[in-house]
Design a protein around this ligand. Structure first.
Ligand code: ZN
Length: 205
């Protein structure tokens, strides 16, 4: 399986990092080795001094698809989860400046936190474009997002990405982060909710 991550999909986050607002979706990949093992702590790697959290709605792809038209995209998912796209921001800044790929900063071991639970949209009884989620560090809310604020909606993202790469059953799409990203430090306890459900619980070491 692969993890497709969408960059700069919330206006307030794109601007907080000083990036231009994209005119089409941008994405990068995390390999399956980047997934943080269930109930394991997240260890800050020794080669970075600045790891940022980014909370994101995660969409699970339920069947194979290629060149999917936007109007059929909703047939390719039924469940959503919550994830953290851990990013070595200091390393990413250097890679960006050099025009190099981001993988070192984005795709390292443990950099993809995925909720154990995925919740069906039927159970939530809501549109995928009207879901509220948040992230707290040591009990203080640091990011609050609503999927209604996405620049490119989920169906557009699925259509766009599938023009370039086949989506396979079990692939995950991290749909971008709202504003409020920041650094983690050893000892932090990170929790996240989606529509009121506790989805994430990660200790930082
Ligand atoms: Zn992200």
């Amino acid at each position: 399986m692969k993890i497709i991550c969408i960059g700069r999909n919330y206006l307030d986050h794109a601007t907080e990092l000083g990036n231009p607002v994209p005119s089409e979706p941008m994405f990068f990949l995390k390999p399956d080795s980047s997934i943080l093992h269930k109930r394991h702590a997240f260890y800050i790697p020794d080669w970075t001094n600045e790891v940022h959290y980014e909370v994101e709605l995660v969409v699970k792809i339920l069947k194979l698809g290629k060149a999917i038209q936007t109007r059929y995209a909703s047939r390719y998912y039924a469940e959503v989860g919550l994830g953290i796209d851990f990013t070595a921001r200091d390393v990413q800044s250097k890679l960006k400046a050099a025009g190099h790929p981001w993988e070192k900063a984005k795709s390292f071991d443990g950099s993809a936190v995925v909720s154990e639970e995925f919740i069906s949209l039927d159970r939530l009884g809501k549109s995928i474009q009207n879901l509220q989620f948040d992230l707290s560090i040591n009990g203080t809310k640091v990011q609050v997002g609503s999927t209604s604020e996405m620049i490119f909606n989920v169906d557009d993202l699925i259509s766009y990405v599938s023009q370039f790469m086949t989506l396979k059953t079990g692939d995950l799409i991290f749909t971008g982060t709202p504003s409020g990203v920041g650094s983690v430090k050893s000892g932090d306890k990170i929790t996240g909710t989606l529509e009121g459900f506790q989805m994430l619980n990660v200790n930082v070491k």
